[in-house]
Design a binder for this molecule. Structure first.
Ligand code: PHE
Length: 476
């Protein structure tokens, strides 16, 4: 733990640069890359979605991440404090981030729990009946009780890591486990690519058919970029607040973005060729990774069993390093703004998250309350992925571009002129004008298109909640 920095007394700083990059990459790389990216790409037409997603990652994702790191480090405070100390009128952006963290943690641990359950299921004979793998998954997630047990276990691991504080828990978890995951994914991809007929999968993933693009595909790509890079909710901002003054923000941003995107693409390469080789539907939905990967390995005998176990360990670990960062946003808020001790903050936040997760998990089997015919799991996902993160990202850009001083930002990003960033002016134009306008257009068109698939009402609800955050934020 570095004690020389000027962050508030009960917070830590990252003990090394590589530790920070790994922890930020650990936050970014998670279920978003390995579970969400493949099925979202599959549902949205493959190559066309992937190319828009890549464009958004490079232009919007990179710029927003740099903005979050800069604002976080400049203020040395977490999501809410960073805005509040600068200008109380902007506090709601931080509050919206904390709310997004809570809501994402209202479904993320459910899927994290599935991943842990699959370590157990694969080890105890799931692969011996390849034909039953699909039904076994749908039966499992629709069961009211079983997934709750695994979700509880998953949340418990989160609590352990976050209790130990920044450099103790999060950093160590990231450093050891991320490289392991990367290696596993490469092995899985090579295996998949060797199957006969695999090339059709690669073509689906990388050959864009632009006639498939409509506004809901574009909004899905934008949401995916934000979700996958952990942006738009103050997470990278909070991580940036722990970052030391001498680190190079531009380089760090580039590294984290590159790592996150390569894992997503790798997950796609691991799954689509195998699916096409097996004659499965690319639009199979959220069960994709839990059905395709075990089926793939079931064909490979003993080695397949070992690889499948390693894969689900990797998936659980990747999920954990992400959800730990989500929990940390809420915890840092409670510590910095509400004066909680770390232990009380962790227990309070995870208690609320556990309740939301129970609703989300039950909703998959058709139990529990619905709103506009949508269950809790889908509501939390839609609100955050389609609305809060993108609008949150837009607001962070507007805050940096219009409320903060250009020269101060330049000083922060270039470490007082010590680091060169030739694209500073381009970045500044992007965050001040282009990105906010682009996000507004995509969001409006996406909400309109959402009404065709009964998602529009929930999205409008999201916009209303953002408005309410604006009105009531002074009380928080
Ligand atoms: N980026 C994480 C993932 O891909 C999810 C996440 C979103 C984490 C937002 C933090 C903040 O799984």
């Amino acid at each position: 733990m570095d004690t020389t920095s000027s962050t508030p007394p009960n917070r830590g700083t990252w003990s090394s640069k590589i530790g920070f990059v790994m922890a930020a990459a650990g936050s970014a790389v998670g279920l978003g890359n390995i579970w969400k990216f493949p099925y979202t790409a599959g549902e949205n037409g493959g190559g066309a979605f992937v190319s828009i997603y890549l464009l958004f990652v490079i232009v919007i994702g990179f710029s927003v991440m740099l903005t979050e790191f800069a604002v976080g480090r400049k203020t040395g405070l977490s999501a809410v404090g960073a805005f509040k100390t600068t200008d109380r009128r902007w506090t709601f952006v931080g509050i919206l981030g904390v709310l997004s963290g809570l809501l994402i943690m209202g479904f993320y641990p459910v899927v994290g729990g599935w991943a842990i359950a699959y370590i157990y299921k694969v080890s105890t004979g799931l692969l011996s009946q390849p034909d039953a793998i699909g039904d076994s998954f749908s039966g499992f997630i629709a069961n009211p009780l079983q997934p709750l047990f695994w979700m509880g276990l998953y949340l418990f691991f989160n609590i352990l890591v976050v209790m130990r504080g920044v450099s103790g828990g999060i950093e160590k978890a990231g450093k050891v486990l991320m490289p392991l995951l990367f290696i596993i994914l490469i092995i899985v991809s090579i295996k998949g690519l060797m199957l006969p007929g695999a090339m059709a999968g690669l073509e689906f993933l990388f050959k864009p058919d632009f006639s498939k693009i409509d506004s809901s595909v574009v909004l899905a790509a934008l949401g995916q970029a934000f979700f996958s890079l952990s942006l738009g909710m103050g997470c990278m901002l909070t991580y940036g607040s722990y970052l030391r003054k001498q680190e190079n923000l531009v380089q760090t941003t580039a590294m984290v973005t590159a790592m996150d995107t390569s894992v997503a693409l790798l997950a796609g390469i691991a799954m689509f060729p195998a699916m096409f080789a097996f004659g499965m539907e690319p639009s199979a939905g959220p069960g994709l990774v839990f059905v395709v990967v075990p089926q793939l390995f079931a064909e490979m005998g003993e080695i397949g069993l070992v690889l499948a176990i390693l894969f689900f360990i990797g998936l659980s670990v990747a999920a954990l390093t992400s959800s730990v960062s989500l929990l940390e946003v809420v915890v840092a808020y409670l510590i910095d703004e509400k004066g909680f001790s770390r232990i009380t903050a962790v227990l309070t936040a995870s208690g609320v998250m556990a309740l939301l997760c129970i609703l989300a998990s039950l909703s998959i089997g058709g139990f529990g309350p619905t709103l506009f015919h949508t269950g809790a799991f889908d509501i939390f996902d839609l609100l955050t992925d389609k609305i809060f993160l993108a609008i949150g990202g837009m607001l962070v850009c507007l805050f940096a571009g219009w409320r903060l001083d250009r020269s101060e930002l330049k000083k922060e990003i270039t470490n007082d002129g010590k680091v060169s960033f030739p694209l500073f002016n381009v970045w500044y134009m992007l965050i001040k004008y282009i990105i906010p306008v682009a996000i507004a257009i995509v969001a409006i068109a996406g909400v309109k298109a959402g009404f065709d698939s009964n998602k529009g009402e929930i999205m409008i609800l999201g916009l209303i909640i953002i408005g309410l955050c604006g009105i009531f934020s002074k009380k928080l």
